[in-house]
Design a protein. Structure first.
Length: 109
């Protein structure tokens, strides 16, 4: 049984989450606090109490030692973040202020 110590609440839906650090780049990753056999993350606690996670991928597809399987919280959040559309960088680019346009683009002597 996992400890309830170190649990936080999701800012969007209010469900309990457990923050982990990824093993590759030490980025914060929220996972659901209970083990899930459908999860894509292997989670473990270091001897210093840091909760770490790694992806279950082709290189290491099974759990090792004291790891448990968890699901990323974003996949089950009832109020997930809205994805913002990307801005196009095409012909509609505006001119930067204070930059003189190239020859033939507006200024005349």
């Amino acid at each position: 049984m996992l400890s309830n110590a170190g649990l936080a609440r999701c800012d969007r839906c209010g469900d309990p989450i457990r923050w982990t650090l990824t093993d590759k780049n030490r980025a914060r990753q929220a996972v659901n606090p209970e083990p899930d056999p459908e999860g894509t993350r292997a989670v473990w606690t270091t001897v210093t109490g840091t909760v770490m996670s790694r992806a279950l991928d082709r290189e290491r597809p099974t759990l090792e030692a004291a790891e448990w399987q968890a699901r990323v919280h974003v996949s089950t959040c009832t109020n997930p973040p809205v994805r913002q559309p990307r801005r196009s960088s095409g012909a509609a680019r505006r001119q930067r202020p204070g930059v003189r346009p190239a020859r033939g683009q507006g200024w005349s002597r």
